[in-house]
Design a protein around this ligand. Structure first.
Ligand code: PMP
Length: 361
């Protein structure tokens, strides 16, 4: 069977060259005499793999020395808990901009720990917008403001960081990290699961200002959930998700080979423009989000009814264009066009949409 164009929201497409490299290394990693899956995470070979991955990510995102880079487990979802446990005292205050399901989940986890406020709630507009946050909307004593940079399910994204007037900014960039330039200096903490733009499920990257790591932490917080311990041990307090970090390293090298994040940002904008302009011109397909909030990673759209949606999805699948069904929470369609989706995949999707439209109108 030929490889398809996979529009899944994650896990999602990997660059073919990354898969081929992993395949070459799979049985016997060069110089190690065994696979990455079998090697000790304390070996020289593995130390080189994890430090190369960190160096490449630092280069790609221009991460300053006063930020730690951690490779953690538990998915982005565990960061919903780790962030408050480490950055706000128990019972303290933290602000959340609720722009989608994952932001809502992050807020719910924070509420277990502290007084977490929704400073904006997009559920009223079906999460189709991004709020224009201003400092007067924030709690004066908030330990941080949490935003979800790119909302995977709804296909919305922040264009710029909100002005917080000194309140530390924390962001979940799971579905857009490495797809566009993000100025790390504007954040106290950024986290992202790897399975969209950085490789495979199993590792979550956390980039955080070293000065924000607390020396003292509530003793109820498990060791595995303490940034301090993870930073001091180079993410190796226990066995790290070794293979996922290795794949992330290959993806980082691939991004460097593409010309880095600015080159991919340009490419992603071009790909998204092809799809959005087809949607804007169509008499059948409708984009879900308003122009100013559109994500270049997750493009959401609808057809007039469920039967037409199902017929279109079937036609797309027959053409090797898969996983375009929208998230179960919203229905409709969603094409996730992360870094590894080639322009050709987007062009084929647009062709399919036009052919379908001709058939039914
Ligand atoms: N945040 C965002 C923006 C996401 O898209 C996702 C997953 N799709 C998550 C968090 C949860 O990630 P994980 O499955 O790695 O816990």
């Amino acid at each position: 069977m030929d490889r398809v164009y996979n529009f899944s929201a994650g896990p999602s497409m990997l660059p073919l060259s990354v898969l081929e490299q992993a395949q070459r290394d799979l049985v016997c990693y060069p110089g190690a005499g065994c696979s990455v899956m079998e090697m000790s995470h304390r070996s020289h070979a593995y130390e080189a793999i994890i430090s190369r991955a960190e160096d490449a990510l630092r280069k790609l995102m221009q991460i300053p020395e006063d930020y730690a880079v951690l490779f953690l487990q538990g998915g982005a979802s565990l960061q919903f808990s780790m962030v408050p446990m480490n950055l706000v005292k128990r019972g303290g205050t933290a602000d959340y901009a609720v722009t989608g399901v994952f932001a809502k989940k992050a807020l719910a986890e924070a509420k277990r720990w502290c007084c977490a406020n929704a400073v904006s709630d997009g559920s009223l507009s079906g999460y189709t917008t991004i709020p224009n946050l201003t400092p007067d909307m924030l709690s004066p004593d908030a330990s941080y403001l949490h935003i979800t940079g790119n909302n995977t399910i709804y296909g919305t994204a922040y264009r710029t960081e909100p002005e917080t007037n000194g309140i530390p900014l924390v962001a979940d960039w799971s579905s857009a990290i490495l797809s566009r330039v993000i100025d790390v200096n504007k954040y106290t903490l950024i986290y992202a699961g790897a399975q969209k733009n950085m490789g495979i499920a199993g590792v979550t990257v956390v980039i955080l200002k070293k000065s924000a790591i607390p020396d003292e932490i509530d003793s109820v917080v498990p060791s595995m959930l303490q940034y301090k311990i993870m930073a001091e041990t180079g993410s190796m307090y226990n066995t790290p998700p070794a293979f996922a970090i290795y794949v992330a390293g290959l993806v980082f090298q691939w991004v460097l080979d593409q010309g880095g994040v600015p080159a991919l940002e340009k490419h992603n904008a071009e790909k998204a423009a092809i799809l959005y302009s087809a949607l804007d011109e169509s008499k059948l397909f409708r984009p879900v989000t308003a122009k100013e909030f559109r994500s270049n990673m997750n493009v959401t759209f609808t057809l007039p009814d469920e039967k037409l949606t199902a017929d279109f999805l079937r036609m797309a699948e027959e053409r090797g264009l898969i996983n375009i069904k929208g998230h179960r929470a919203v229905g409709g369609c969603r094409a996730s066009i992360y870094n590894a989706m080639p322009t050709e995949g987007v062009v084929k999707l647009v062709e399919c949409m036009r052919d379908f439209e001709k058939q039914v109108l």
